[in-house]
Design a protein around this ligand. Structure first.
Ligand code: SAM
Length: 271
């Protein structure tokens, strides 16, 4: 399969797999449901597979693209020119909270979407979670396996650290599965679109997010271990029991609330 699409040769280091299936593109745009007077932001617009149909629906769209050639091409787009604001930057370090302050519709949070470069999709999502107060919702194309992990609940094989941490920040709604053939060049994995809606208030109280992250990492690091064993350097068996959690259970059966309880106990002991 040629790596050149619409005259641009896909760059692997930028995770470039361009959507070309009109049916899939239509479904994604319908799921995003872009409307006028919304502060819309696309990450990684590429050759405009999502950018163009979204611009048909609205008056203004801001895009963040790292590839200089693609950013230049978007700036010179014959139809979208007036509607598009092209920001040539790395979305991984981009300040989305500051962006909101310069957006056209005051009082409205960002609506972020993108067919994300898979090589950086997880850290990029967590970077966006740091700006969750500025974001109304997000629609992302990701590896299907990652979407399964984001959405998984306790007691299922895909449930892990990524599920717990993501569900702390967001409501996770899988939208659509997408086969490799919808892209040029086709990725080696299946893909899926997910909608993430940041919680207005966190679903559980967590005193230190770093500690929650650390406790999850430790607990899921060796999934077959009981939490009595995996957390033994920070909580005793008796301390875990006192929290109302069975020390002989495994991480995979614990809820977000349980992890918050364990993390808050560790934070309190470390103070
Ligand atoms: N949206 C287009 C589509 O659906 O066909 C392109 C998707 S392609 C999977 C990922 C896009 O993200 C590319 O345009 C790539 O250049 C861009 N990109 C890669 N790393 C980036 C980063 N750190 N910040 C912003 N854009 C990035």
């Amino acid at each position: 399969m040629s790596k050149t699409h619409l005259g641009h040769t896909a760059r692997k280091r930028f995770g470039q797999n361009f959507l070309h299936d009109d049916y899939v593109i239509g479904k994604i745009v319908a799921a995003i449901n872009p409307q006028n007077e919304q502060n819309l932001v696309e990450i990684g617009p590429g050759l405009g597979a999502l950018t163009d149909p979204v611009c048909e629906e609205v008056d203004a769209l801001t895009v963040v693209e790292l590839d200089r050639d693609l950013a230049k091409r978007l700036r010179h787009h014959p139809f979208n020119g007036d509607k598009l604001t092209v920001i040539e930057q790395d979305a991984m370090t981009f300040d989305f909270t500051s962006l909101l302050k310069s957006m056209p519709y005051e009082g409205k949070k960002l609506r972020v979407f993108g067919n994300l470069p898979y090589n950086i999709s997880t850290p990029l999502m967590f970077h966006l979670f740091d700006h969750a107060d500025s974001i109304a919702d997000m629609h992302f194309m990701l590896q299907k396996e990652v979407v399964n992990r984001l959405a998984a609940g306790p007691g299922t094989k895909n449930y892990g650290r990524l599920s717990v941490m993501t569900q702390y920040y967001c409501h996770v709604i899988p939208v659509l599965n997408v086969p490799p053939g919808a892209f040029k060049p086709p990725p080696k994995v299946d893909s899926a679109v997910v909608k993430l809606v940041p919680h207005a208030t966190p679903p559980v109280e967590v005193n230190s997010l770093n500690t929650l992250e650390r406790v999850c990492a430790q607990a899921f690091n060796q999934r077959r271990k009981t939490i009595r064993n995996s957390l033994k350097d920070c909580l005793t068996e008796a301390q875990i029991s006192e929290l109302g959690i069975d020390p002989t259970c495994r991480a995979e059966v614990l809820s977000l609330k349980d992890f918050a309880t364990l993390a808050n106990a560790v934070t309190a002991l470390e103070q």
